[in-house]
Design a protein around this ligand. Structure first.
Ligand code: ADP
Ligand code: FBP
Length: 318
């Protein structure tokens, strides 16, 4: 079989591990593998590069994606998708593995609807895809964010300040929630839960009244701007507040062992699906199992948000 792999949308730590796993598993089983450079944009341009066993050496521990990624407006249109299909036909490639977030899944579903055998792997740090407990890069990002919050906490304590840490997640509060719990945040602000500044300020003031030497607020970028929250806290409470926007530092760096291991297992699963004639599916990790579900089913379900963990965080911030 001839198989192409592309990475699309926001990159995430562990994408390289997934590319390596798919490539090596496929080659060991007698298939031919091609990498597509620059996501769907590169697919429309026919940017295929043959991948051999050694081509995916020395990438397992690296963040980003060596195939590079892109967000392509043109590919959203049926005419863009037809261009991509023509390039796949020209190169005699029947199977396309897409590693990306929900936007990339929509693209893969569109191609599947037009006859291409597609397969998706959940590549986004946001952990906002249904039918998978974890997306690729989420674990690495949460660990990174926690270590950065530890640093902010030290200096906040020295100055008896409140620190507002803005983390990634345009439409998802998963990074904020998990990093917030693991770093002992006083307040976690996410798009999934209604919040107001008065409650945030009360929480911070009461913390100082109980003897805390700092306040830590973790906010998802999709819920509010950290800068604006800091200004309001200072204005309303008279306490010193500073905002830190972590930005792209949280999307790079070496993937965690957890991200490396489940992506290695997903590589095996996607080739197994191909060999069994199963396509149009998204691979996930549910409990200890590597699973697959139709892409349309995955896209029609909203990813779970852990409201219970959010409640636990509130109790533990006392
Ligand atoms: N509804 C759609 N139909 C076809 N292609 C899409 C659709 N949504 C997104 N895409 C393609 O997938 C790419 C990645 O999607 P995006 O939402 O940017 O990132 P992610 O995959 O990380 O969610 C887009 O740039 C676009 O080319
Ligand atoms: O690279 P960009 O376009 O600035 O994207 C930033 C966004 O990408 C993410 O890292 C992942 O989002 P997507 O899965 O939608 O690509 C978000 O957390 C962040 O808001």
């Amino acid at each position: 079989m001839n198989i192409a792999i592309l990475t699309s949308g926001g990159d995430s730590q562990g994408m390289n591990s997934a590319i390596r796993a798919i490539t090596r598993t496929a080659i060991v089983r007698g298939h031919k593998v091609f990498g597509v450079k620059k996501g769907y944009q590169g697919l429309m341009e026919g940017l295929f590069t043959p991948l051999d066993l050694r081509d995916v050496g020395d990438i397992l521990h690296r963040g980003g994606t060596f195939l590079q990624s892109a967000r392509s407006q043109e590919f959203r249109e049926p005419s863009g998708q037809e261009k991509a299909i023509a390039k796949l036909k020209e190169a005699n490639i029947e199977h396309l593995v897409v590693i990306g977030g929900d936007g990339s899944y929509h693209g893969a579903l569109a191609l599947f609807g037009r006859g291409v055998k597609t397969y998706c792997l959940p590549g986004t740090i946001d952990n906002d895809i249904a039918y998978t407990d974890y997306t690729i890069g989420f674990d690495t990002t949460v660990n990174l964010v926690v270590s950065l919050i530890n640093n902010v906490r030290d200096t906040s304590t020295s100055h008896e300040r409140t620190s507002i840490i803005e983390v990634m997640g345009r439409g998802s509060g998963n990074i904020a929630l998990h990093a917030g719990v693991a770093s002992g945040a006083d307040v976690i602000i996410v798009p999934e839960v209604e919040w107001n500044l008065e409650d945030v300020c009360n929480e911070i003031s009461e913390g100082f009244n109980r003897g805390k030497k700092h306040g830590i607020v973790v906010v998802a970028e999709g819920a509010a701007s950290g800068e604006a929250v800091a200004e309001e806290i200072e204005k309303r409470t008279g306490l010193e507040a500073r905002s830190t926007k972590l930005g792209y530092v949280q999307r790079g760096g070496s993937p965690s062992s957890f991200d490396r291991i489940f992506t290695s297992r997903m590589g095996d699963k996607v080739i197994e699906c191909m060999e069994n004639g199963i396509s149009g599916v998204a691979i996930g990790i549910e409990g200890k199992e590597i699973t697959y579900h139709p892409i349309h089913e995955v896209l029609s379900k909203k990813a779970d948000f852990d409201f219970k963990l959010y409640e636990i965080a509130k109790n533990l911030s006392r």
